[in-house]
Design a binder for this molecule. Structure first.
Ligand code: CA
Length: 379
């Protein structure tokens, strides 16, 4: 079997209601999706996390390394792509281009061997995962506390047992919003906070202390991903677990987070950090430090399904007779592409999502949605 064609699609969706977080405003969703076709007619799908046009250019640059090659040998192809980009992009967007291609190759490999990706990766430690709702962004509102509280209650009504909200506004406002959400959802639902690296070490330390009464599951990206030592210092001072890693790339980048004792929870983005091939290596590395992984997931059903398979295959640290539920991040902000690009639709039952058992990633692409959102870029 040989790779015959590699096509990229930039999908975009203008949002009905823009929202913002500590760094910038979202008024559209845009994503680069890749389709790889073999000479036997199999297709695999992947996507890259980050600026879509740059990822598209990266995939175009990598394409000559792949055409005519056997897609099943995805590790050797990964290495060739890595070698090609090493001098220019050890931590960045070309890694997302590699990731998109790698996920598509795993999809093809699964379909070729008639096995789900998670089984190909070595097996399924679990058959279901617990989604946590990512939402509760900032928006223009006369009473944002009340709006956030209502949104949080909606997630609980939908069956979510855990919710992640944004912080990074001002420390005072953050505490006010967290309190409003905690009161609204009660004590039985887990609540996490994410600052998207808005704060200095001093500010993050202060916020940790002020959030202690609200039983926070983890504090995500409290400070800039550049400051490994500060993460370590914050972690030693905070009673709230510290999470990070969505801005980190490759096993080499994650090694910095691990060896510097930066985080309690490592958040690998499979579609950014190097694909499923590299994410599995990062999981192996994290296991040697006894650090758990809860991947960062943002984008379409392709990224979500790649994460489902990865999490199914994650080794529990430590093992025990009655293991805990494993989380998957489930973005609930407005995104028409995520809702319509892949089928079957993502379904939550009693607060859990089943690991797909179909070959490859276990999804079909809705071609009508693919072209509908692609067309919007052209107009
Ligand atoms: Ca985040």
């Amino acid at each position: 079997m040989k790779i015959k064609a590699i096509e990229t699609f930039i999908l975009s969706d203008k949002l009905q209601n823009s929202f913002f977080f500590s760094q910038w405003v979202y008024d559209e969703r845009k994503i680069c999706v890749v389709k790889i076709t073999t000479d036997t007619g199999l297709t695999g799908w992947g996507e890259g996390y980050g600026p879509a046009e740059v990822i598209k250019a990266g995939i175009k640059m990598l394409k000559p390394l792949l055409i005519g090659k056997d897609p099943v040998s995805q590790e050797t192809l990964w290495f060739e792509m890595y070698r090609k980009t090493l001098d220019f992009a050890r931590r960045g967007i070309l890694t997302a281009a590699i990731s998109a291609i790698d996920v598509a190759l795993w999809d093809i490999k699964g379909k070729a061997m008639n096995l789900p990706v998670s089984v190909l990766m070595g097996g399924q430690h679990r058959k279901r995962v617990m989604p946590y709702a990512t939402g509760l962004y900032f928006s223009e509102s006369a009473n944002l506390s009340e709006k956030l509280a209502l949104e949080a209650q909606e997630y609980v009504a939908q069956g979510f047992k855990a919710i992640k909200m944004k912080v990074g506004f001002t420390i005072k406002e953050d505490v006010k919003f967290v309190k409003a959400v905690r009161v609204a959802i009660g004590d039985d639902v887990q609540l996490m906070v994410d600052a998207n690296h808005a704060y200095s070490l001093r500010e993050a330390t202060e916020l940790c202390k002020l959030l202690e009464p609200y039983n926070i599951g983890w504090f995500e990206e409290p400070i800039s991903p550049e400051f490994y030592n500060q993460y370590c210092e914050l972690r030693s001072k905070s009673s709230i677990p510290i999470a990070g890693g969505e801005c980190e790339y490759l096993r080499y980048g994650f090694h910095h987070l691990l060896k510097n004792n930066c985080v309690d929870i490592l958040q690998v983005d499979i579609c950014g950090a190097g694909g499923l091939t590299e994410a599995k290596r990062i999981a192996g590395l994290a296991s040697t430090f006894g650090i758990e992984i809860i991947p960062h997931v943002w984008g379409t059903g392709i990224a979500f399904h790649a994460a489902l398979h990865f999490i199914a295959n994650l080794e529990p640290i430590p093992g025990r007779l009655f293991p805990p539920d494993f989380f998957i991040e489930y973005d609930r902000t407005e995104n028409g592409i995520r809702e319509s690009l892949t089928c079957p639709a993502i379904k939550m039952k009693n607060g859990f999502i089943d690991i797909p058992q179909l070959p490859g990633l276990g999804i079909e692409i809705n071609e009508e949605a693919l072209y509908r959102y692609s067309e919007k870029v052209l107009t």
